[in-house]
Write a protein that binds this ligand. Sequence first.
Ligand code: RIB
Ligand code: CA
Length: 313
Amino acid sequence: MSHPIIFDTDPGVDDAQAIAIALRHPEIELLGLTTTYGNVDIETATHNALLLSELAGRDIPVAQGSAGPLVKPRHPAPAHIHGANGLGNIELPEVKGKKDPRSAAQFIVDTVNARPGEVTLVAVGPVGNLAAALQLDPALTGKVRRVVIMGGSIREGGNVTPVAEANMFNDPHAAQRVLTAGWPLTLVGLDVTHRCVLSQAHMQRIEAGQGELGRVLAGSYAFYRDFYREFLGIDGCCPHDSCALAWLLRPELFTTAPGHLAVVTDGLAEGQTLFAPEGRGFIQERWSQTPLAEVCLEVDGEAVVEWIADTLS
Ligand code: RIB
Ligand code: CA
């Protein structure tokens, strides 16, 4: 089965690998890349999206989106994790292509409306572009095939605060709108991405299989790996964003549950994702009033990292 997707991204080392999968996988029809600030500023995100697509020999529309959160001030980009250029500070070739003249939100609206019921939105950064697209066309909720979001955490705790995952924390107001919009939605969060650890051996296979693109993926991975070693004591990296595509293509590797999502927008817990399992009673009903969504709770992590390496080898 072919999956027409729009990939919304803040590249970013793990984003870059996921973009490579989106560009290479024979069952993915990549309709466009939409960019957001997050791991890098918006201009850098767009530059990297254009570059990665060129390195893969593809001419994919790249539409630039949100430069900052809807409400709160923007946090500085995490250059210690992804490098100041988002790709591990390695030297990069020049970009030749130009971005699409439309905003990311307009691109999403136009593309989904051109193929109602067919397009899946895969978002792996702060979700302001999806919130903006909903504002332009609220009926989008009934026209997408599915929305897959790498973000949030159900039982795992956070990675940038004790309770918040980075993509949710970076724009909690947008996340609250997007996660409660009532479209068919799957959340691929830290509960599963932290169970997937991509080793140096996996990366060597990817480098060998991807030519110049492989050099960039492996070079940036080396920088990202230093962060994991120093801060988390892991020898290897969690390929967060590739996991969203792994769920789309290989859902049988994941255990999911239906329920109601909400995102805390303010205070000490800002960015926390709240999940009320379907049918579970609580002291009041207010946690169970948002539309049903699906969250990933468990995964066969070894199979996912093998799938990533096989796809890019
Ligand atoms: O928490 C992981 C997410 O934050 C990933 O999307 C990664 O690229 C960073 O943006
Ligand atoms: Ca990302």
